[in-house]
Ligand binder design. Structure first.
Ligand code: KG4
Ligand code: ZN
Length: 342
């Protein structure tokens, strides 16, 4: 990145159940990234308990920010700007990060940049460990598939911060489908990793679950697939007390991957994309990563595993690109619990 001004950004992310802070240089080189996960606390509820999440953020946020600075051997004096997740997310969680970032901005006089969490997920593909050589930078026009717990979107990215949303899910997000099917198969929380693990031993072709192609549209739908797994489970339970969990998980996972992969490929060709980007929690899924890496000639950018699920490095990278292009927020910015990318 030669044409954007150099800067060090410290970012705070608290949109859901991870309290995170990271410092990044020039939008790509990661100096430190701290993520305090609340996963174990929420596992007992089978999902994120919003009130518990916000209280936990309050406890974690100060030590997490201090740790990010100390890991990078920096103080706030070495930072050029602050970034914070403004939304979308849980209101009670977002407000904790926002208040911390505003406090830091007032105390230090540094500019503050509000970042869309979904934009952050896309920018996770720009981030690399500062100690390693920089991998090739994603090239526009990019076909960007965003697959998280709350969103499934296909965006054509024609330049930095420039998105054309082609389609999104009409019902469940891909991650949400993983989480619901995990509950159905009694695989525990969080659903994505537990379905992936169960599927390792399974036959992905045993059950012919439906693929909602939604011809003529770039939208997605996963609720029919989830219902189909539910009906199959009910039928199987009538016949036997033991469920073929591995085959069910593998067949479900394959149906999701088929739809995500083929629709992204078709969109990339249709809109003359140069490269493909896959990001968000579901991009941590190993067979999905393998499919995108091995079954297309397009250059594909998928963030390293630690940056697929929620983190602050991605917010710092998106924040850098906003800062470098002159987008600084007013100190009165408020959280935006629902805030579509485009
Ligand atoms: O991006 P993320 O951390 O949070 C949101 O912004 O929503 O995504 C979380 C989602 C969850 O639904 C989780 O089950 C899913 O990502 N996920 C996975 C895997 N790891 C996390 N889904 C499939 N396979 C995985 N390995
Ligand atoms: Zn996320």
């Amino acid at each position: 990145m030669t044409d954007l001004k150099p800067a060090r950004i410290l970012a705070v992310e608290t949109s859901c159940d991870e309290t995170a802070c990271a410092i990044i240089e020039n939008g790509r080189a990661l100096l430190s990234s701290v993520v305090a996960s609340q996963m174990e606390i929420h596992a007992r509820y089978g999902g994120v308990f919003p009130e518990v999440a916000s209280r936990q953020h309050v406890l974690s946020i100060t030590p997490v920010v201090e740790q990010a600075l100390s890991q990078a051997h920096l103080t706030l004096k070495d930072i050029d700007a602050l970034a914070v997740t403004q939304g979308p997310g849980l209101a009670g969680s977002l407000v904790v990060g926002m208040n911390m970032a505003k406090g830091l901005a007032v105390g230090s006089g540094l500019p503050l940049i509000g970042v869309n969490h979904l934009e952050g997920h896309l920018y996770s593909a720009w981030v690399h460990d500062a100690a390693e050589p920089a991998p090739a930078e994603p090239q526009f026009p990019l076909m960007a598939l965003l697959v998280s717990g709350g969103h499934t979107e296909l965006n054509l990215m024609t330049d930095h911060l420039t998105y054309r949303r082609l389609g999104s899910t009409l019902d469940d997000a891909a991650g949400e489908a993983f989480d619901k099917v995990a509950r159905l198969l009694e695989l525990g929380y969080p659903g994505g990793p537990s379905v992936q693990k169960a599927a390792e031993e399974g036959d992905p072709h045993r059950f012919k679950f439906p693929r909602a192609w939604l011809e003529g549209s770039w939208d997605f739908s996963f609720s029919g697939l989830k219902t189909s797994v539910l009906y199959e489970v009910r039928e199987l339970k009538k016949k036997s007390t033991t469920l073929p969990v591995a085959d069910l998980a593998a067949s479900f996972q394959q149906a999701i991957i088929d739809v995500l992969f083929k629709k992204t490929m078709n969109a990339a060709r249709e809109f003359n994309a140069r490269e493909i980007l896959v990001a968000g929690g579901v991009s941590a899924n190993r067979p999905l990563r393998q499919t995108f890496r091995s079954q297309t000639d397009f250059p594909v950018h998928i963030p390293p595993l630690a940056l697929c699920t929620d983190n602050a490095a991605m917010i710092a990278s998106a924040g850098y690109h906003r800062y470098a292009l002159g987008h600084v927020s007013d100190l009165n910015i408020d959280i935006q619990p629902t805030w579509p990318l485009s």
